[in-house]
Design a binder for this molecule. Sequence first.
Ligand SMILES: *Cc1c(COP(=O)(O)O)cnc(C)c1O
Length: 241
Amino acid sequence: MSATRRAEIAAGLARVEERITGACDAAGRAREDVTLIVVTKTRPATDVRLLAELGVRHVAENRDQEAAEKAEACADLPLNWHFVGQLQTNKVRSVANYADYVHSVDRPRLVGALSTAVERRERGPVRCLIQVALEKEQGHGGDRGGVAPDGVPELAAVIGAAPGLVLAGLMTVAPLSGAYAGRPGVAFGRLVEISRDLRRTDPAATMVSAGMSADMEEAVAAGATHVRVGSAVLGVRESLG
Ligand SMILES: *Cc1c(COP(=O)(O)O)cnc(C)c1O
């Protein structure tokens, strides 16, 4: 891959590192309490390789077919693969081949399918995050992925009882509708509150996955442990996704 692309990615990483460090300083948090996950969707495997060379250890994808190809092309790299997209039951078996983390668990049926698939693999457990659709608290959100906040305890119990799965925490995407629209900081604060409730029954479920290129500062301020950043590292994507 070209030296130019490497320099571009290094510069993107440096800018994002500066933003995360600044947000940690402002919030009185230690930098190592926040993990950067670089979202590599629509980007070639050569970018993933450059990221690994530059020290990135966590990458995320949102579509199974693309993720499966990239993970295979990068199987020699010391990377943790995060699946962050809406997940259909018929894709679960493929996702189980490469995913170390699934951030988008939002219904019991998915849990059963994932558990069965993981039991067949040799890679160890999948760490599951429950995707919370905060806007569903007010009846918004329609068929967007994610469970309403009041559905979290039940889903946590289902994951906790599923062989091969570990309940790792919660994930959200800043709502586009409802009372949280345009207020990512408030939304992420609510997610952290739900996370506190969850940790009363599941103390090990400490991950709070929130914040993207546009709102990583708000996420760090609210208490996110993992930010998922794509375009601010790799450039603006041409296609939607
Ligand atoms: C694409 C995506 C991101 C990263 O978005 P950017 O705005 O490019 O940082 C984060 N989370 C999910 C679930 C995504 O689909």
